[in-house]
Design a protein around this ligand. Structure first.
Ligand SMILES: [Zn+2]
Length: 275
């Protein structure tokens, strides 16, 4: 039984680590939401007998109204950060024997099942103001890993032609683009596709391409790469690093990256800036 227990532990450990991040990204907002409902129940009801409309638009998978365009509130992508969320910057140290970087106070959940070190961030989705230009490390990673829609957080569209991706138009980058492209923005669902192309300024200005990728394996991470220094690791630059590259041990990951293969292009739009 001792051997059996040992084997089970080894197999469950990576999943437990992934689960830890999901709990961080998902359970805490739900707990908060439940607490808010309790407080609202203690307040006077609105005239119609419904709850006062004080709830912010939080595009979580549990929120079925997340993708509906609300005149009073902007559509906040599931992966966007909120002003009350922050990336923490704990002290980085060098692992013994030049084996890469580590946190000085590292805990189990700081690394994924491949042993890659990830940014730490607080979780407070829906609190404060949306930070559209910033991506939350846990939600990006969860959406990319599970192929969830980056806008609403529910499963992205997928059929026999593959998973649906909405990309900025870079058709001039190389012949056959986006075949082989490395992407850090998660896929989309059909409901959110039209909405995103209409409301996203970058997609309007630069144009967009809609494609389905029959194959989109996990490739690596985007993150800050470090090198050994005197006393502590020295930052080099932000880059995409493959899971099989030696540099992965020196990279502090902030986004999970997939690679698109066997793409079927459904739509190409020139941007307003190009016309
Ligand atoms: Zn969606």
């Amino acid at each position: 039984m001792a051997d059996f227990d040992g084997v089970v532990s080894l197999h469950l450990l990576p999943e437990a680590v992934e689960k830890f991040h999901e709990v961080l990204a998902e359970a805490l907002p739900e707990v908060r939401e439940t607490a808010e409902r309790v407080f609202r129940n203690a307040s006077p009801m609105g005239e119609s007998g419904t709850m006062p409309a004080t709830r912010t638009a939080e595009p979580s998978p549990a929120d079925s109204t997340g993708v509906e365009e609300d005149r009073a509130k902007p559509v906040v992508p599931y992966i966007a950060m909120w002003s009350e969320e922050a990336v923490r910057e704990p002290q980085l140290v060098e692992r013994r024997g030049g084996a890469g970087i580590a946190y000085a106070d590292e805990i189990l959940g700081d690394r994924d099942s491949r042993g890659v070190l990830w940014d730490r961030a607080t979780v407070a989705s829906g609190r404060g103001k949306p930070q559209f230009a910033k991506i939350h490390v846990h939600r990006q990673r969860r959406a990319m890993r599970k192929l969830l829609c980056q806008v609403c957080g529910r499963p992205a569209h997928g059929d026999d032609r593959g998973v649906l991706w909405l990309l900025r138009n870079r058709t001039g980058d190389w012949r056959g683009w986006p075949e082989g492209m490395l992407v850090s923005e998660p896929p989309v669902c059909e409901s959110c596709l039209a909405l995103a192309t209409r409301v996203c300024p970058a997609l309007r200005d630069e144009g967009h391409l809609v494609a389905q990728a029959a194959s989109c394996p996990v490739h690596g991470v985007e993150g800050f790469r470090y090198r050994a220094g005197a006393g502590r690791p020295v930052p080099v630059e932000n880059e995409l690093v493959s899971f099989i590259a030696p540099a992965i041990r020196w990279t502090l990951a902030s986004k999970l990256v997939r690679q698109l293969h066997n793409c079927t292009v459904l739509e190409v739009r020139e941007g307003a800036a190009a016309t």
